[in-house]
Each structure stands twice: as structure tokens, then as C-alpha cells.
Design a protein around this ligand. Structure first.
Ligand code: SAM
Length: 462
């Protein structure tokens, strides 16, 4: 018996943040998952929050004209690609509106130019990286009462269930070779009796599988083991090396920590190189297992090209690239700048940035590691100079208020702000408005079939 009400004949409204559609009933807001604007159906409420309800359509009376047939057999169970039931043009329109709404409603801004969103040329197989999890607690949609064997999984965590993993047969996010590797690895592990990680009991051998590829079609496979068994480890790695010739980087870690992060682990190279090389805009980037790299390489070039164009460089400028990661934007704009200064939290990323600078034969960039609000001080700016152009690409939380305050004090004539979260970008825009005029924004879709949207904005000092 459901805990909450069933709402009948609900007409579904527009797609909003987090990929949900919105409906209004009796002055209450309901966020409906996996719905399409224009659907009419009975909505089962599944959660009550302070200011809104959450629901799911359990019976359709009318299907929206915007609906299309989802392409993935894991749709609605797996946490990714939640918008597959909407045509790509509609997805783009919703993303564009989401960005405009954020700037108008959260930042209270108007009079800026909105450039039409740039869609991704590839809408499937667009990612260059996937992280899969092994689990002895598979998410089962059909329970077989005859079996006593607990099913295992190699796939993705179920939304809202940190302990359950859905076994993925075919994922459409990377080139199909990803499925050949992951199916092969799982079959090998099952046939040879390898144990899968149990998150709750903290035992089992097989923990994670990370797969990366570059535009040339070379692959990195990283196997993460929880329990170590040298003989079994060698046998599995030999199998991958001998059966998947496109794997040019076969690496592994032994991870006995509570979390899956690689940053504090020693990665061992078993075969080939311990890195992949990728080319973006004529530049070479070395990508190590732990490195951050934009996951849609083709669209990253679009994003960086817009960032560079908005920066309006002539070759004479001092550019700051805040939240530089492995220095990709810094390097991308460097041929049109006098000097570039990159700042980033993760020290290993800064090592990659310095190495990428050398690989590309550049010398006029400098990189600094540390927390932005601690590094970007008045003393730092006095030492390195006031930037002519400041580029910033913070994480989803946006910039710390102290960082925005320092930018306002420094008064760079131009700011180019790249964001993966329009809500926090709009919040920061409201603060920048004290001294800056928002000239234009350019939404970019890096992640088709998800609600995520990237946005580049240009601000000029008033
Ligand atoms: C969205 S990524 C941008 C990376 C880079 N611009 C690129 O395109 O590859 C945000 C970066 O901010 C870094 N970061 C997060 N919090 C930070 C902080 N407080 N101070 C400095 N860097 C931080 C992250 O490590 C990450 O590399």
C-alpha cells in the first residue's frame, strides 16, 4: 500500500532542474521523474518535502508528442541518460531555458545576449571515460525464487542506493568496445570464481573497473582490487592484455580504503603506458589514471574555442585561469596570450599541467596548487600582476564568496566564466553585477540525454 496519495489525471508541465518535469496541483508543486511535458497521467507521490512533492506517473492517459522511444534497455533503472524519452532538439531547448531562467530569476539580470545552445555532434558514444563498480549485491528487477545464488553485477550504482549496483549489458555512452571489455572481464571473473566486493561487509576481490579512450581509439583499463591475490590478479590482467589489443594502457590499484578515489593510491602499470595521450585543438594532453579530463572530448574543443573567443585575446594579455585542472583551458588560450597563470586545488593536476606545458613546447605559463581563496590573495595578484582577462571554471558549487570578492577588488577588465551549474553561476553573477555587465552567455551541451548543461558567460567591467 503506497504511503502517499495518488493524484489522478495530472497534466505535466515543463522540464526543470535535475531532469524532472513540474506539475502544479491544489497549489502544490510536484516534481515528476521520467515524465515529458504534455503527458497526462496518474501520479503516485513517492516523497513529501517541505515545499514540494515528488512523484512518478503510474498510469498514462495521454502520451506527450515530445516522447520518443528510449534506446537503452537500462533506461529508468540506471542513473544515467534520464532524458532518452525526449527528442534531442527538445532536450536542447529545455537546457537553454534552464540557463536563461537561472540568470533571470536567481541573478535578476536582463538585457544580455543569449546565444543559441550548441548541441553535441555525437549524442551517443560521446564520453571518453566510464567508472564501473563490481558488487555482490546486484539490483534485480525480476526475482527468481528457484535460485539460491545471489546475483553479482558490474555496472552503475542505482540512484539513491549506494549499496546496490545494476549489471550493465550494454552502455551507449562510450564506443562499443567498452561493452566488449566489461562483458569479457565479468565473464572471466564469473567463470574463474573471483569474488565481488561487498560494500557493507567490506570483503571480496573485484572492486572497480575504469575505462578511458582517446579519439585515436586507444584504451586505458584500470582494475581496482579490494583483496589482493597475486595469482588471480595476474590471470585477469593477462586475459585483458591478450584479448583486447586496443588497450594500450593496462593499470591496476589495490584499494583497501573505504572510498573509491584513486588520488591517494599508487597506480601500477601492468602493460603498455601508464597514460593515454589526447589531442585537443592541436595540443597534446597526457592523461594519467587519476587526471581530470573533460569527458566529452569533441565538445570540450567547442567549449574551449568559445572560451577563447569570449576572452578576446590579442597576444598582449595577462590571463588568469582559475580552477585550471590539468591546465587545458590555460594551454588552449596560451598562443594568444602574453602570460597565463593557472590555479588549481589538486597538486597532481598541477604536475600534469606543467608536464602538458612542456609537451606542447610552451614556457609562458605558470601553475600554482592550493585552495583558490587561500592562493588568490592581494599579495599573489601584486606579485603576478593584475589580469587583463580572468577565466574561471569552478566545480558545481561555483566560486567561494571570498574568491568573488577578490575578483571584484582586482577589477580584471574581462571575465569569462565557464560553469557546469547555471544556478551557482547565476548566484555568482548577482555578486559580480556590482561592478560588471553581463554581455552574453553561450550554453553548450556536453552531456546529451542528461539534464546537465554547461554555460560560458562574458562579463565586462562597467
Ligand atoms: C570543472 S573543473 C575545471 C577543470 C578545467 N578547467 C578543465 O576544463 O579541464 C573544476 C576544477 O576546480 C578544482 N577545484 C575545486 N575546488 C577548488 C578550490 N577550492 N580551489 C581550487 N581549485 C578547486 C577541481 O579540482 C577541478 O579541477
Amino acid at each position: 500500500m503506497p504511503k502517499y496519495r495518488l493524484l489522478e489525471n495530472v497534466e505535466i508541465g515543463p522540464a526543470v532542474a535535475e531532469g524532472n518535469c513540474i506539475a502544479r496541483i491544489d497549489n502544490q508543486v510536484v516534481f515528476v521523474k521520467f515524465a515529458a511535458p504534455g503527458d497526462i497521467g496518474d501520479v503516485q507521490i513517492v516523497a513529501k518535502k517541505r515545499n514540494y512533492l515528488e512523484g512518478r506517473i503510474v498510469k498514462f492517459h495521454h502520451h506527450s508528442e515530445k516522447r520518443i522511444t528510449p534506446f537503452c534497455s537500462h533506461f529508468q533503472t540506471c542513473g544515467g541518460c534520464k532524458w532518452q524519452h525526449l527528442g534531442y532538439e527538445d532536450q536542447l531547448a529545455f537546457k537553454q531555458q534552464q540557463v536563461v531562467d537561472a540568470f533571470e530569476r536567481i541573478a535578476g539580470l536582463s538585457g544580455f545576449e543569449v546565444l543559441p545552445i550548441l548541441g553535441s555532434a555525437q549524442t551517443t558514444a560521446y564520453r571518453n571515460k566510464l567508472d564501473l563498480t563490481f558488487s555482490n549485491r546486484a539490483w534485480v528487477t525480476h526475482f527468481d525464487p528457484e535460485t539460491t545464488i545471489r546475483p553479482t553485477a558490474l555496472g552503475f550504482h542505482i540512484p539513491g542506493r549506494f549499496d546496490k549496483v545494476i549489471d550493465i549489458d550494454k552502455c551507449h555512452l562510450m564506443p562499443d568496445y567498452v561493452n566488449e571489455i566489461q562483458r569479457g572481464v565479468k565473464a572471466f571473473c564469473d567463470t574463474h570464481g573471483y569474488t565481488y566486493y561487498d560494500l557493507l561487509d567490506q570483503q571480496g576481490m573485484m572492486r572497480n573497473l575504469m575505462l578511458r579512450c582517446n579519439k585515436k581509439g586507444e584504451w586505458m583499463v584500470l582494475v581496482s582490487f579490494f583483496e589482493d591475490d597475486a595469482e588471480k590478479r595476474h590471470a585477469l590482467l593477462d586475459y585483458i592484455r591478450d584479448h583486447f589489443e586496443r588497450v594500450t594502457s593496462l593499470v591496476y590499484v589495490i584499494n583497501t580504503k573505504k572510498n573509491d578515489t584513486l588520488q591517494d593510491l599508487t597506480v601500477q602499470c601492468y602493460h603498455g603506458n601508464e597514460y593515454l595521450m589526447e589531442e585537443l585543438g592541436g595540443l597534446q594532453f597526457k592523461i594519467r589514471p587519476q587526471s581530470f579530463f573533460q569527458t566529452n572530448s569533441m565538445q570540450a574543443e567547442t567549449l574551449y574555442a568559445i572560451t577563447k573567443a569570449f576572452a578576446g585575446l590579442s597576444g598582449k594579455e595577462l590571463v588568469y585561469d582559475l580552477y585550471t585542472g590539468t591546465g587545458s583551458i590555460a594551454l588552449y588560450v596560451a598562443d594568444k596570450a602574453r602570460q597565463v597563470v593557472g590555479i588549481e586545488y589538486v597538486p597532481e593536476a598541477i604536475l600534469d599541467a606543467k608536464e602538458n606545458m612542456k609537451i606542447n613546447g610552451m614556457e609562458h605559463l605558470s601553475f600554482y596548487a592550493g585552495d583558490m581563496k587561500e592562493i588568490l590573495t592581494t599579495a599573489f595578484i601584486n606579485e603576478h600582476g593584475r589580469p587583463d582577462v580572468l577565466i574561471t571554471d569552478p566545480p558545481r558549487d561555483g566560486m567561494h564568496p571570498d574568491v568573488v570578492k577578490r575578483i571584484l577588488e582586482t577589477e580584471p577588465p574581462r571575465i569569462v566564466y565557464v560553469s557546469c551549474n547555471p544556478a551557482t553561476q547565476a548566484r555568482d553573477a548577482k555578486l559580480l553585477d556590482e561592478k560588471y555587465r553581463l554581455v552574453k552567455i553561450q550554453p553548450v551541451d556536453m552531456f546529451p540525454h542528461t539534464h546537465h548543461v554547461e554555460n560560458v558567460g562574458l562579463w565586462e567591467l562597467r
